[in-house]
Design a protein around this ligand. Sequence first.
Ligand code: SF4
Length: 340
Amino acid sequence: MWETDLAEFIIQLDHDAPSHIVTAMIHKNRAAVGRAFMRELGVPYTEDPEALTRIAREFLRDKYRRSDLGVSGANFLLAEDGSIVLCTNEGNGRFCTTAPRVHIALAGIEKLVATREHLAVLLKLLARTSTAQPLTCYTNLITGPRRADEHDGPEQLHIILLDNGRTGILADATFRQALRCIRCGACLNVCPVYRNVGGHAYGSVYSGPIGAVITPLLRGLQNYGDLPQASSLCGACGDACPVKIDLPGLLIELRHRQVQRRLVGRGERLLMWLYAWALKRPWAYRAGQAVQRLVLRVVADRDGYVRRWPAGPSKKWLVARDLPAPSRQSFTASWSEQAR
Ligand code: SF4
């Protein structure tokens, strides 16, 4: 089985995984592509984008011609007339769905759109927010297999509607809105966490804020408990989303459910209880801050960074990071001093 989207093809050749839902190989440069092509396809090394594209094109065209089966996804499925809607910028969707004898389209049930009027709006939204185009270069509406008087197209077309946990999400009045996602990638592009950690850190093909919401819903909150925490809740994702999914609100709700279902460890629960207790008693909060400041300043190196801790989660955390020691005075203390 060969991927035909250029980025996905390169990732497949390089035994890698996608890191963005639109630009799958945003983490690679052309030198990495050149090395992968040289190693896996036996071609001379080049970094020239045109030459690299030509190599991929020649390789894939041969596969299209000789394949019996083409498998595609669908950006949308049109309920009005049963069309499969495919949006690509490379034309690979057309080859893959017309050259082989059989075409199978596999799509989640959330891709269903009622009418052409609705589709027109969504096509514009998708292109504008994902790649800032008025429309994607190739927007295909496939309405069935080849007819008797046609030269192109498959003999058979099969559509597989995938549930895989989606009806469970649909039944949940709070999380239902996550199924509106059109996979434009805008929430990833603006997310400060995604931009720092990259897509692979999310452990799923869905990365960024929507990945942090949808992956625990599809694969179990108990298995992906870290993802709802992987957000600063700055709200940029919610502002960028063209279909108005309240991503920050859903991340907070997932955190609530972790607590309700007791998926949070005893140590963390105790810590949060203590924190809440101290927040209600300013003297306790200030005393805790003072102790923390003193300890961190004592263990910090001369350059003002804490790099070691004897045990526990802090020890692990500091293996890969340096923590700046707190200043001599707290922010509130220096603020009130200035205000005087
Ligand atoms: S959640 Fe919104 S912004 Fe993020 S990919 Fe989906 S539609 Fe785009």
